[in-house]
Design a protein around this ligand. Sequence first.
Ligand code: ADP
Ligand code: MG
Length: 316
Amino acid sequence: MADTVVRIDSLVKRYKDLIALDHLSLEIKEGEVFGLLGPNGSGKTTTINCLLSLLAFDKGEIEIFGRKMTPTAYDIKREIGIIMQNVAVFEELNVYDNINYFCGLYITDKEQRKQYVEDAVRFVGLEDFRKFYPRKLSGGLLRRLNIACGIAHKPKLIILDEPTVAVDPQSRNRILEGIEELNRNGATIIYTSHYMEEVEQICTRIAIMDKGHKVAEGTKEELKKMIKNTETISIEVKEPSGEIMDQVGSQPHVYLTEYTDGKLKVYCSGGKHNLIRILGVLQEHDMHIGRVYSELPTLNDVFLEITGKALRDKED
Ligand code: ADP
Ligand code: MG
């Protein structure tokens, strides 16, 4: 059994009347890429801030590396790398000096630090930007600098709070690959996001949060087994009559049908040849069929079934 790196037990955090975390418990093992997935306002950042003792909480216990976490637990903090949701770098320092500064908080040996800073620059791909000041960097490059500052001291536990929000696809992929590489090199990762695709892509275990509660937890396969949806079929077709909709809806394994934006969507639970059966119904009625596809459930479907609402923000 891998060692427990983080144990959060019954954490309660209130902001005045708002209960931001309601008896949240989490256990994260060494070597995991642990995902905290939830919509904006679900309590991800609050969890991270409590975990790091940056925020006082009302109830509960937090242990990191088997020791109680406190605001002055510097021996624990030096083993943690934090990449905050809001980029936190010095505007008056260039890329290299920023990384060197943050690394210097933990690594005092100059030769070693030089090596570590160089490793971090290369790791995030900012070799050509060493002398650039933060305001000259694009959003994606700035995020990469933020990450370099958090990981340069080679921590054992790395916490990233929504590191890819508003980042271009190239930087996003680079960041996700970087996280996987840090994990391969031995770091335990805590990754928060409201992008289910990213969490699915890189996380070995996931806790789904909603309004300060953990609503589900498991590997992505385990989470998907918790819901009834096994397949969503989409068919581009002119608006079907009520009779056709009824026939499609009464096929075996179909539990919901809807027609929106020129697409017939058929939600299935189990069964094998759902697509063929449904296409058969449409063909019997001489419906002209456009593009057809079948999708496996996503974490969004899991969130939808458990909480009754979509995970995704409209603007994403
Ligand atoms: P997330 O990171 O998942 O978006 P947060 O942890 O930032 O969620 O917020 C959880 C809830 O706590 C939200 O309802 C948010 O409005 C509220 N909240 C966060 N920070 C504060 C604060 N400093 N004062 C009052 N309410 C806060
Ligand atoms: Mg947040």
